[in-house]
Each structure stands twice: as C-alpha cells, then as structure tokens.
Write a protein that binds this ligand. Structure first.
Ligand code: HEC
Length: 411
C-alpha cells in the first residue's frame, strides 16, 4: 500500500496514476506510513458498529416489504374486469391507451389451461368435449345478456374444467417441477456420474413427496417445516411419509470438504425460503446485504450438527417393488451388512493387535521404573475388554462415520 501511494510503479499506483489519479499529499503519505509503523491498528471502536445492514433505499425494495392487499385502482371499463387482477391489467392498458384483446375461443382457452396446469396439450377428445360445452354456454350467455340476465354459463364451464385439471395427479407433477428446480433436485451427487455410489437411489421419494404435497394442497407452512425438519416433528412415526421431505436438504451436490456441502445447503435453503443469497456472507459481512457472517454461521451450526442416517428408512406407502424384488433387495442388503461387518471386525482386530503391542511395550518400559500417572491409564486400557468406543480416537484411518456404521451393524 505504501509503495502504491508513492506512485513510483505506474502498474501499482494508488490513486491509479495511469488514469490521472492525483497523488496523495506528502503529509497524507506520512500519516499512512506512521500508521503502518504502528502496526496498522484498527481505529478505536471499529467493528462495534454494524457494518452489514440494509440502507433505507434497499429497504424500499419490494422484496423486503411485507405482503399487503393493495387498494384497487379505479378504471373506466369496469365491465371488462372479472376479478381484481383484471382491474390492475386494465389500469395499465388504459394508462397506455390500449384496448384488451377479444376473449379467446374455447379451443385455445382449453389449450392454455391444460398447458398451464398439466404442462401438456389436451387430448383431441377433451378438446371436442370442451368446445361443445363452451360454445353452447357462450350462446346461452349471449341470449341471457340480451334479456338483461346474468351471464355465467361460460365461466361455469371454465370453472369445471379447471377443477378437473386441478384434481388430476398431472397437476402436481407439472407444478412440482418448479419447486424441484428450486430444491436443485437431482438423482446424483452432481459429479462423477459414472460411479454407482454417486447416485441418490432414494431421491425419487422426495420428488414424489413434492408432487403429493401439491396434489393434496399441503399448506405452505407445513411444506416448509417438513422439508427442513421432518425428523423433529412431534408426532413422527418411524416410517412416516413426511420423512421424504428431508430430501430437500440431502439431494444436493456433495463435496469432499463437508463445509462446502453445508454451504451448498445454506445456499439452497436461503434462496428457496428467503429469496435471498446468503452464501456471500460465508467469508465476510457486506455493506449492503441484510445477512451478516454471524447469521451464516448460526445456520452453518445447524447443518453441521445434523447427521444423515446410514440407511434411509423405508417409508410407508412408497412403491417399493413386488415381493420377489423386495426379497432380492433384502438379501443383497443382508450380504452387504455381513461382509461389511466381517471387514470391520478384521480391521478392528488388526488394529487392536497393533495397539496391544504398543501398550505392552510401554507397560514394560514403565515397569522398568518409569512410573507415572499415565502408566495406570495404559494399564486400565489393556485390561479392559476391547471397547470400541474408547478406542475411537486411536483408530485414525477409521472415520467417525464408518465407526458409527460399524456400531450400528454390530448392534
Ligand atoms: C470464499 C470466501 C468469500 C466468499 C464466499 C465471498 N467473498 Fe467477497 N471477498 C473475500 C475476500 C477474501 C475478499 C478480500 C479480497 C481482497 O481484498 O483482495 C473479498 C472482497 C469482497 C469485496 C470487496 C470489498 C471491499 O471493500 O473492497 C466485495 C464487494 C465482495 N467481496 C463481495 C462479495 C459478494 C457479493 C459475494 C457473494 C457473491 C462474496 N463477496 C463472497 C472472500 C469471499
């Protein structure tokens, strides 16, 4: 910094000399040099004030405002608007001197509705049936209006078809796709696709949970709670279908560094539920962001203290194959557990051998006169039965996770 304010090197000069930046005065440079000589201390009181926060301008951004029911604007063509949203559309049309398009015909109306709600075009039979009903209803409405009566027939036909589309399971499949994008849904861990172990074989249970949540009109607050903490629900059963919601946390990309995996989860969770990117505050506070690094690490703590089960529960009501497939799966699982257990036993026995040998050596050494507090610790370790738990810190290549799995296997 001191070199740059002297501006001797044009590539490294502050303020930039090649952009005509004026040089600091000698007195200013002296002050900076003195500050560096002092050890570059932070000003008294620095860091006390809150750096991170929203300016008033940012606070006025619509995203930070609570949801309100706005006043309806007044419009000239009241008759055209059939609902509140129409009123806002008409207000803008009138402001810009535009006229609304004529109402669409039955055929394209059904196409639009079916694409919106199912993501697919209607079948020819559905189109024919709707066109017949709709055209007849429009004719009835025209007749009614001529006689000064309310014209509701066409909108009733539309309501019926919307109800049919909403009731169909296709509705949840279509709209789940939007949420599954938000939840970065994936069947793999995001890298090394070719490796079997990189797949999430149970990811589909989360996908089906989201589809079902939409089809059953699950309230949004429950939808949030279950995806973040289904395992903490007070009335949870072991095979509770709501457990599948936790796929929201677990179907993301995995990294060798667990903190990166947690970062990915914080990123997904905050974008999905706050509509904010929070992961910038992983490293530093920001002048204009509402989330400080301290909050980031509060969330980090929650994810860091969350463990995934070694084996996911079999969830009630999931399609898990026929009896033969199930038996085949169970057998493969049993074989895996057995061969893993044998492997771990072999490993532990070998490690115990090494440890015993080392202890014996030390014990001999201590018996030769080097008595100390530690000697008794060693002796009690040798004489106690080989408790795996007490060995845990000694067995370094065995990760804590594999040890937990091993303990689960041997019960
Ligand atoms: C992996 C850690 C890390 C993350 C994540 C990170 N930053 Fe930074 N950021 C740094 C470091 C380190 C510096 C200081 C770099 C330097 O001075 O050379 C910095 C500097 C900055 C600066 C310059 C500050 C100044 O006063 O000059 C801005 C602005 C900034 N980051 C914004 C962001 C934004 C926005 C994000 C999210 C998109 C982000 N950072 C995410 C580590 C990070």
């Amino acid at each position: 910094m001191i070199l740059s304010v002297h501006q001797t090197d044009p590539e490294l000069s502050m303020p930039p000399r090649n952009k005509g930046g004026p040089k600091l005065t000698d007195e200013q440079i002296k002050t900076l040099e003195k500050w560096v000589m002092m050890g570059a201390p932070a000003p008294v009181g620095a860091g006390v004030g809150k750096l991170t926060g929203l300016s008033q301008k940012a606070r006025d951004h619509w995203a930070f405002k609570p949801v309100v029911t706005p006043e309806l604007p007044s419009i000239r063509n009241q008759a055209w608007a059939q609902n509140e949203i129409d009123v806002f559309v008409m207000q803008k049309l009138e402001q810009n001197g535009l006229k609304p398009n004529p109402a669409t015909d039955g055929d394209s109306l059904l196409r639009r509705l079916t694409y919106d709600l199912h993501g697919m075009p209607p079948t020819p039979a559905e189109s024919d049936a709707f066109a017949r009903d709709y055209d007849a209803a429009v004719a009835r409405d025209v007749y009614a209006m001529r006689n000064g009566q309310p014209a509701r027939a066409a909108s009733l036909v539309v309501e019926r078809v919307v109800d049919r589309l909403l009731t169909s399971p296709r509705y949840g499949e279509r709209w789940a796709r939007h949420w599954l994008d938000t939840a970065r849904y994936s069947d793999t861990r995001g890298n090394r696709r070719d490796i079997e172990g990189e797949r999430f074989p149970s990811a589909w249970t989360y996908r089906d949970y989201v589809i079902e949540a939409l089809n059953s009109d699950k309230p949004y607050d429950q939808f949030i709670i279950e995806q973040l903490a289904a395992d903490r629900l007070p009335d949870l059963s072991k095979d509770d279908p709501r457990l599948a919601a936790l796929g929201f946390i677990t179907v993301g990309k995995r990294f060798d560094n667990n903190d990166d995996t947690i970062d990915e989860r914080i990123d997904t969770t905050t974008k999905a539920f706050l509509g904010l990117t929070v992961s910038c505050s992983r490293c530093h506070d920001h002048k204009f962001d509402p989330i400080p690094a301290a909050d980031y690490y509060s969330m980090h703590g929650i994810f860091a203290s969350t463990i995934e089960p070694m084996q996911e529960p079999v969830i009630r009501g999931t399609r898990i194959g026929n009896a033969a497939e199930r038996a085949d799966f169970d057998k493969k699982m049993r074989d895996l557990v057995e061969s893993n257990t044998r492997g771990y036993y072999r490993y532990i026995t070998a490690q115990l051998g090494v440890i015993h040998k080392e202890f014996a050596g030390r014990a001999l050494f201590q018996m030769a006169g080097q008595r100390s507090e530690r000697a008794s610790i060693f002796r009690s370790s040798i004489s106690s039965s080989p408790s795996v738990r007490s060995m845990a810190p000694l067995i370094s290549p065995l990760t804590r996770q594999s040890l937990a799995r091993w303990l689960a296997c041997v019960g």
